[in-house]
Design a protein around this ligand. Structure first.
Ligand code: PLP
Length: 298
């Protein structure tokens, strides 16, 4: 193991050997590295082709949430792009090490990255990077969202699996371009709409819609990423006596709903206060309870 990196406010990087399992020589399974100096090769296929998969895990007061589901989803994304991921126990330990090596802060964003590695080597590159989360307070109060055409139908998983629907790949340039388009339209986030008219998800979030006592999300079969946040919120909603469902919805369904949120692991529950030109009700008390659940505190 290399020299320990001092605990500090700077981003923390943990490098994990890309091969699966522990090294045969019993050497270190990961080591701490300094994220303030370059670590990635310019010939890594993530740099040249955006070829890799990732996860973003939220950690609140030093406690990461949903690590198992995130690492299981990483393994699933990796399988979709035919990459072998390090074993989940090693990754979970490395996530803990990254958090422990970071200065104590209220909200950390922990990225687990797995790439196809340096061109020609066939060895994946894997690292974990912890940094202070962005300040999501304004989003959690209610945000303006623009609907944008995703250009793909809800049958994409059947018709075109090579487009990797439901994989969390490192080719997020399109997702980020969509957010910039939303900003040009006076909104701060996006709700993607499929070419057959059904709403999908946000560029980095899952849709949750309320109608009366029922809370609905888009089915993963429509080509959206299966969200860990909605997966933890659903059992809680059911325990509160609500109905939950996965069903295709139209823009009109969302616009006419009793409330809608975009859910994700670090921003948590962000209510949609306005969808294009339609104002939606925002339930601040319920949203606060969602935040507690999503922080692993309920
Ligand atoms: N959908 C997409 C495209 C995402 O990138 C994300 C998270 O980044 C989500 C949904 C929400 O997933 P989770 O709740 O697991 O953070």
């Amino acid at each position: 193991m290399s020299a320990p990196i001092p605990v500090g406010p700077a981003p923390v990087l943990v490098l994990v050997p890309g091969a699966t399992g522990a090294p045969a020589d019993g050497g270190p399974r990961f080591h701490l590295a300094d994220a303030t100096v370059p670590q990635l090769s310019v010939t890594d296929l993530v740099a040249t082709r955006g070829d890799g998969v990732f996860e973003t895990i939220g950690a609140f007061d030093g406690v990461p949430v949903n690590v198992g589901p995130h690492l299981a989803r990483l393994a699933h994304s990796a399988a979709q792009v035919e990459l072998s991921a390090p074993d989940q126990a090693t990754l979970a330990e490395a996530v803990d090490a990254a958090i422990a090596a970071h200065e104590d802060v209220a909200e950390l964003s922990v990225r687990v990255m797995l790439t196809r590695g340096i061109e020609g080597t066939g060895v994946p590159t894997c690292w974990i990077h912890a940094r202070v989360s962005d300040d999501w307070t304004p989003y959690r109060a209610g945000m303006r969202v623009a609907t944008l055409d995703r250009g793909l139908s809800t049958a994409v998983a059947e018709t075109s699996p090579w487009l990797l629907p439901g994989a969390k790949t490192l080719s997020y340039a399109v997702n980020m371009a969509a957010v910039r388009e939303a900003k040009r339209r006076g909104a701060v986030d996006v709700l993607f709409v499929a070419s057959d008219g059904y709403v999908l998800e946000g560029p980095t979030s899952t849709l949750l819609v309320r109608r009366g006592d029922e809370f609905t999300t888009t089915p993963a079969s429509a080509g959206v990423l299966p969200g860990t946040s909605v997966a933890s919120l659903f059992p809680w909603l059911q325990a509160q006596g609500h109905q939950v469902a996965e069903r295709l919805m139209t823009v009109a369904d969302v616009a006419g709903s009793d409330g809608a949120w975009l859910l994700s692991s670090t921003r948590l529950a962000a209510p949609i206060a306005r969808l294009d030109e339609t104002e939606l009700p925002v339930d601040a008390a319920l949203t606060d309870r969602f935040q507690q659940v999503l922080m692993g505190r309920a």
